[in-house]
Design a protein. Structure first.
Length: 246
């Protein structure tokens, strides 16, 4: 078939282009950047941390109802980057998978298995025309009983992996470069250092001085494995510590 006759078919979700690309899946990655958000996750020796921007698009919105941090299980949390409606659907599906696992096997799902399940579902969406890929990236954190703190990331193509530190969103490339340099120098970060590294990474790539209300921070630690979101007063303490270092 000549290129003239086949033009346009490769825009379809399940059809490869002559170069071997799936355009709709690539566009899903671009949709993640549409929200203009950047998120960072870092794994320390005894904790895992996620930090993301908090943007309130409308003055009439109640800021307390707007979040990109979600509990999936009591001890596993995630930060969603990208289209918020798609993100909420994916979190809902992850919660269903986690609850189903606990019902079947009698214990909580591990971070790795949960991320694998979310990624497997995303991958199926790239095979059939009934569902479009979701325009969001999920970064999961939790404490594994054997392996300690865990950071996992799943993307719209269905790829997932464990990370020492990860980033997603508009400035993810710059954030990854920043984290690579810092983690090359030092790997054993304690709880406070892990939070401060994540915040200073986000601050550096966005070239912004944060106030406590500008960011959201989610943490899990060995001593307190439940996922929780830090209050503004706690974030302020870490921001002060960072400014004193500089």
């Amino acid at each position: 078939m000549s290129r003239g006759n086949s033009a346009g078919f490769d825009r379809h979700i399940t059809i490869f282009s002559p170069e071997g690309r799936l355009y709709q899946v690539e566009y899903a990655f671009k949709a993640i950047n549409q929200a203009g958000m950047t998120s960072v996750a870092v794994r320390g020796t005894d904790s895992a941390v996620v930090v993301t921007q908090k943007k309130v698009p409308d003055k009439l919105l109640d800021p307390s109802t707007l979040t990109h941090l979600f509990n999936v299980t009591e001890k596993t949390g995630c930060v969603m980057t990208g289209m918020l409606a798609d993100s909420r659907y994916q979190v809902q599906r992850a919660r269903y998978e986690a609850a189903n696992w606990k019902y079947k096997y009698g214990h909580d799902i591990s971070v790795e298995m949960l991320c694998k399940r979310v990624a497997d579902i995303s991958q199926v969406y790239t095979q059939s025309a009934e569902m479009r890929p979701l325009g969001c990236t999920m970064i999961l954190i939790g404490i594994d009983d054997e392996l300690g703190p865990q950071v996992y990331k799943a993307d719209p193509a269905g790829y997932y992996c464990g990370y020492k530190a990860a980033a997603a969103g508009v400035k993810s490339t710059e954030a990854c470069n920043y984290l690579e340099k810092r983690i090359k120098k030092k790997q054993d970060y304690n709880y406070a250092e892990t939070i401060e590294l994540a915040i200073s990474c986000l601050s550096s790539v966005l070239s912004a001085e944060f106030k406590a209300g500008d960011i959201e921070v989610g943490v899990v630690t060995r001593d307190s494995p439940k996922f929780r979101v830090l209050r503004e007063a706690e974030i302020e303490t870490h921001l002060t510590a960072i400014s004193e270092k500089d």
